[in-house]
Design a protein around this ligand. Structure first.
Ligand SMILES: [Fe+2]
Length: 350
């Protein structure tokens, strides 16, 4: 259902306020062929209303002839900034980049952030952005849960469907997604509200069984029958099941890269305004599936790159796999039990 420009300007205003944008700062809006026009025009108005200097940088799309999917997260690593020094200089000179294009998992993104830049990705359709406008409470909840995750050295995930997998933790940083960028060097994604970190290199061991209704991204589908992943020494070594497993295997094999099978980020969702049912209500090209990534009490794991976390793996294939009904334990203590948050992330009963 459509939303008004007024509502979107108000929403952007909240995001920019939480990000500390004030008069005289430079906000550059990064766009490409798939940028939503309402998201763009309302971002411009809201940033100007804060007194910011507003630029728009429109870049040509890449990877379209290579990727098997139109999802912007389906083929990562090479971006319109690759080798584009002029564009990179403009973004590095900005106080805040509003990424309405999708600049994930690239060396250039890392370079901008390392120079103290801030990047906020926002590519979901306007009504999803509006439903999950970030709040200060979102930040507090994610940071409180992050303190628990940071202290942990092992994550174990189990489920009645047969999942039993462990990940050693501590080698990589924690990705705290709450939807705004209030400090230099920060990347975030509106909408979000979840935590992730990366399994220590080579440490993931066990079995993950997707149950009916769990989600594959960028396939943007609910699996129809169980899919069993065997995980050894940090890599998926076998994918077994019916049609969903066959299609996933074929998709991953198409990249011709053994690194596509590496375990990437692992974490859980904390956002109660995100809903599991949303994916079934949208055309596949209309959303990137943030509801399923952020949904409170999910377990979200993934395969592929770790360069976003400072690692060296930059494989182009990235599969995000949100699951329901799992128990997530950190050093033996559950943070999610049977798909429900053990507490609200602020220490209160859920
Ligand atoms: Fe991911």
């Amino acid at each position: 259902m459509s939303v008004s420009d007024f509502e979107m300007v108000e929403a952007w205003g909240q995001v920019l306020s939480l990000s500390g944008i004030a008069a005289g700062q430079t906000v550059t809006i990064l766009t490409s062929s798939d940028t939503h026009p309402q998201t763009l025009r309302t971002a411009i108005v809201a940033a100007r209303a804060k007194g910011a200097i507003v630029n728009r940088l429109d870049l040509l799309p890449v990877n379209g002839g290579t990727s098997l999917s139109r999802d912007p997260l389906a083929y990562v690593g090479t971006t319109p900034l690759t080798g584009n020094k002029a564009a990179l200089a403009m973004l590095k000179a900005s106080d805040l980049v509003l990424d309405l294009m999708t600049l994930l998992f690239s060396a250039e993104q890392h370079e901008i952030l390392s120079a103290g830049g801030r990047i906020l990705l926002a590519v979901e359709p306007p009504e999803i952005l509006l439903r999950m406008v970030p709040t200060e409470e979102d930040r507090r909840r994610v940071l409180a849960a992050s303190r628990v995750l940071r202290a942990a050295r092992q994550m174990r995930v189990t489920s009645a469907a047969g999942t039993d997998v462990t990940f050693a933790l501590g080698e990589y940083p924690i990705l705290e997604e709450y939807g705004f960028c209030e400090r230099p060097g920060r990347w975030d994604h509106w909408p979000s509200g979840f935590l992730a970190t990366w399994s220590n290199e080579g440490s993931a061991q066990g079995t993950i069984v997707l149950d009916r209704g769990d989600i594959l991204l960028p396939q943007k589908s609910y699996v129809r029958e169980p899919v069993t992943f065997t995980i050894r020494d940090g890599y998926v070594t076998d994918i077994a099941g019916g049609l969903d497993a066959d299609l996933l295997r074929g998709y991953m094999e198409s990249f011709g890269d053994p690194e596509v099978y590496a375990i990437s980020h692992v974490g859980w969702g904390l956002q109660k305004r995100a809903h599991w049912s949303v994916l079934g209500l949208y055309d596949r090209e209309a959303t990137i599936g943030m509801d399923s990534r952020a949904c409170a009490g999910n377990f979200l794991w993934s395969t592929g790159p770790n360069n976003e976390a400072g690692g060296t793996r930059d494989t182009a294939c990235h599969i995000d796999i949100p699951m329901r009904n799992c128990t997530v334990m950190l050093d033996g203590d559950a943070v999610v039990r049977g798909g429900e948050l053990v507490n609200d992330g602020l220490g209160n009963a859920a």
